[in-house]
Design a binder for this molecule. Structure first.
Ligand code: SF4
Ligand code: ZN
Length: 360
């Protein structure tokens, strides 16, 4: 499989220009973070193959994504949240886990715990440069009394031996993979992500070999696509992911404008608008028949930097999306409407990738 490193991708493979711009943009960041504190932690509810479960989501603060150091994806500001120095020691990572357990205990009644644990790292949890084998095993043990665990990783690092740290504890185990799109050309040229759909398929097979599953993360409307191209890209991507064995869930998320990214530069210069919430609803409604759970969590919905409609109907459409996430019932969308759907229709019909955005 391909290896994400600056060296490999600076050899005239066509990603040099994107990487150079992204490195320059990221270098403007000057905040540093405490390695003993997680980046974020929160409680929520999630739809899983075994039904809706209470979840504890942890964003561990590791050394950050290798690919981001090379330049990285056009919409991703995550490395800007990582610690200085590039790696975090075992003890510090376990301190972060303890902070998350304390947070959970504060939020829940005595003796209650979340059934589902989700661990993201702003990179790859399964990359041993971010989270070493000792820490991975210790985390598996810490959560052995839960039902299910999700860990985030690029496909390169998905190996059955690593997943066995969780499956051997009796945990239902899923890998969350930031595939972004099933279309290789869009992933390479718009997202600047280096791997291919076939690498994702290989990772699904590898996870499946030890009884683990995969949750694919898709990105709606990376830069350089018109609204209708973005919608079509998501509709076909959801279908292609749902067809891959062991990929049981697809999380389709609209791009939001994060600081220190190429998307932010384009946005600032009037060349990018996050997708309409109508587009998110349209994709979810039209792919509701696929054999996978399909969910979406529009971050920053209703704001200029997140997926938005006219400002009047954003909360209503967001509510319908959240409702769909839990129930998978496409009729939730027939209950919302707004005058701005007319504007959205025109954008879908008329916007082209050489004259964007057509409307705010
Ligand atoms: S989206 Fe993922 S792979 Fe891309 S730079 Fe961000 S953390 Fe790395
Ligand atoms: Zn509206």
């Amino acid at each position: 499989m391909s290896q994400p490193s600056p060296e490999v991708y600076e050899r005239g493979k066509g990603m040099d220009a994107h990487n150079e711009v992204m490195r320059e943009i990221r270098s403007r960041k000057d905040r540093t973070y405490d390695p003993h504190e997680p980046t974020r932690v929160w409680m929520d509810e999630d739809n899983t193959p075994d039904g809706v479960k209470q979840s504890l989501t942890i964003i561990l603060n590791t050394g950050g994504c290798r690919w981001a150091r090379a330049g990285g994806c056009t919409m991703c500001g995550y490395v800007a949240e990582s610690v200085e120095g590039g790696s975090v020691a075992h003890e510090a990572l376990m301190d972060q886990i303890q902070v998350c357990l304390d947070h959970e205990a504060e939020q829940l009644d005595d003796g209650e715990t979340a059934e589902l644990i989700k661990i993201y790292t702003s990179g790859s949890f399964l990359d041993e440069r971010e989270v070493g084998a000792e820490t991975r095993a210790a985390i598996g043990e810490t959560f052995s009394d839960r039902e299910r665990i999700v860990v985030e990783s690029l496909p390169d690092f998905v190996e059955r031996e690593k997943l066995e740290d969780f499956t051997s504890q009796g945990l239902e185990t899923d890998v969350a993979i930031g595939l972004e799109t099933a279309t290789d050309r869009v992933r390479h040229d718009c997202v600047n992500k280096y791997f291919d759909f076939s690498d994702f398929e290989d990772a699904c097979a590898e996870a499946g070999a030890v009884g683990a599953g995969v949750k694919a993360y898709l990105l709606m409307k990376p830069p350089f696509l018109s609204e209708s191209e973005a919608v079509e890209d998501m509709k076909s991507s959801i279908r292609r992911c749902a067809d891959v064995d062991h990929c049981h869930t697809v999380s389709m998320n609209p791009t939001n404008v994060q600081r220190y990214t190429m998307v932010d530069e384009l946005y600032f210069n009037g060349g990018y608008r996050p997708p309409w919430l109508w587009s998110v609803a349209d994709v979810l409604e039209s792919t509701a028949d696929v054999d996978a759970i399909v969910v979406s969590d529009p971050v920053g919905h209703g704001s200029d930097r997140g997926a938005h409609n006219c400002g009047e109907c954003d909360d209503l459409v967001q509510k319908a999306i959240k409702d769909f996430d839990l129930r998978q019932d496409p009729t939730v969308f027939s209950q919302v409407s707004c005058e701005c759907e007319g504007t959205w229709d025109v954008v879908i019909e008329e916007e082209t990738s050489y004259s964007m955005p057509l409307a705010r």
